[in-house]
Design a protein. Structure first.
Lengths: 211, 214
């Protein structure tokens, strides 16, 4: 670290300073600050991402993982465990896990393959939501939860906010690609029985289907 | 009670796109910090993390190099940011704060794999592997020396390429794209030129030292 090096959180603003400003001059002279500013710039503006194959699908998978982590089903741990956890907290977590495991086993039955909210499992495989296109139509199929009475297909924007939903009595729906909301990026399906959601699919990107 | 409902309505306007407010990063953090365990706070955090989700994933992928490790790392980074959001003090940009978390997580992954980083990586870049490794190089070049050498010897573009490769662990492809290099060999060519210049500078300095001693 050279003399007058700037903290990381100030680097992004230094390039916008007037040319004669000593802080900007330091940024131009110091390989460390210049390198870190370039790295931060690349993080904030990743540019062309064609070097990363299948980024849209990977992003959708990450969105699904985060949604699960951020969801707050009753009794679940809703936030990442803090490092300040003490022995009492650890004991409480272990107790919750034990109760959860027992309840899960009871619910899934001796075969261990029953449906559960969060994903629908057949054998050991989660049943995926398939998004396909053909002749200008988008088709979503989710052959899961035959006991469900209705299926809801939610179209989500990049921030996972719902922009449109379709309620169907069969586990699929079709829509003209040109009628899709411009902000719709992902789709997620829910199986509903007696007014309760009994299973949900992962979040799947629509973009490949649009192209 | 009235004040509380007014505040909640204002926060909801910030985080609810249906009411027209998408919220700046600062507004979303504040909305979360005011109501960390409520729906509004959780929604604000969710929107904020979604805003940066792909950027975190791209960074992790470009540094660690494979999809699955990148997904795990990105998930950890975003959940770690969420867990520390109530401690975020709005000093500087939220993106810069998140970058620090992502950078540290990825560098930890590279260290776990024993990938050379920092001074060690620059020495590896500069050292001539033939006919025998330059055994004296590591002894002669401390981290500060190296930064000085980079500053005095390389162009800004070359220095940045060396930093991104050796200190951030980025792939040559990612550096080529970032520096918008149109030459055929991309960042590889820039790094080779930097290597030649640094070697020459190290050799010249070694000559000066020998001359000084003699």
């Amino acid at each position: 670290m050279m003399e007058h090096c700037h903290p990381m959180n100030e680097l992004a603003d230094l390039a916008g300073l007037p040319t004669g400003d000593p802080r900007r001059r330091h940024l131009e002279d110091c390989p460390r600050c210049r390198g870190l500013a370039a790295a931060q710039g690349l993080f904030l503006e990743p540019g062309d991402t064609s070097d990363l194959p299948d980024l849209v699908a990977a992003d959708a998978e990450l969105a699904g993982r985060l949604q699960s982590a951020l969801a707050t089903p009753p009794g679940a741990v809703t936030r990442p465990t803090r490092r300040r956890a003490n022995w009492y907290a650890l004991a409480a977590v272990l107790a919750v896990c034990a109760v959860g495991l027992t309840a899960s086993e009871l619910w899934r039955g001796p075969g261990g393959t029953g449906p559960r909210v969060g994903e629908y499992v057949r054998g050991d495989e989660a049943v995926g939501l398939a998004v396909t296109t053909g002749e200008g139509f988008l088709r979503c199929d989710w052959p899961a939860a035959p006991e469900a009475e209705t299926f809801v297909f939610a179209l989500l924007d990049a921030g996972l906010a719902e922009v449109e939903r379709h309620q169907e009595v069969r586990p699929g729906f079709e829509k003209s690609v040109t009628d899709l909301p411009a902000t719709a990026v992902y789709c997620q399906a829910f199986a509903v029985s007696r007014g309760d959601t009994i299973a949900r699919s992962g979040i799947v990107a629509l973009r490949p289907a649009r192209e | 009670m009235m004040l509380r409902s007014t505040v909640r309505r204002e926060i909801r306007q910030v985080v609810d796109p249906a009411t027209g407010g998408d919220g700046t990063d600062r507004e979303l953090v504040l909305a979360y910090q005011r109501d960390p365990d409520g729906d509004v706070g959780r929604q604000a955090a969710s929107r904020l993390l979604a805003r940066y989700r792909q950027r975190v994933l791209v960074w992790c992928w470009r540094v660690v190099g494979d999809r699955e490790t990148a997904l795990d790392a990105a998930q950890e980074v975003l959940l770690s940011a969420w867990g520390r959001l109530d401690e975020y003090d709005h000093d500087g940009r939220f993106g810069a704060w998140l970058f620090t978390i992502a950078r540290n997580r990825c560098l930890s992954e590279l260290r776990r794999r024993r990938v050379p980083l920092d001074t060690e990586a620059v020495i590896e870049l500069v050292a001539d592997p033939t006919p025998a490794p330059d055994e004296d190089l590591e002894r002669r070049l401390a981290a500060e020396d190296l930064l000085g050498l980079v500053r005095d010897t390389l162009s800004p573009e070359e220095g940045t390429a060396v930093w991104l490769r050796c200190h951030e662990g980025l792939s040559v492809d990612a550096i080529t794209r970032h520096l918008a290099l149109d030459e055929k060999s991309g960042a590889r060519g820039v790094l080779q030129r930097a290597r030649r210049k640094l070697r020459a500078a190290v050799a010249a300095r070694a000559g000066d030292e020998d001359g000084g001693e003699g």
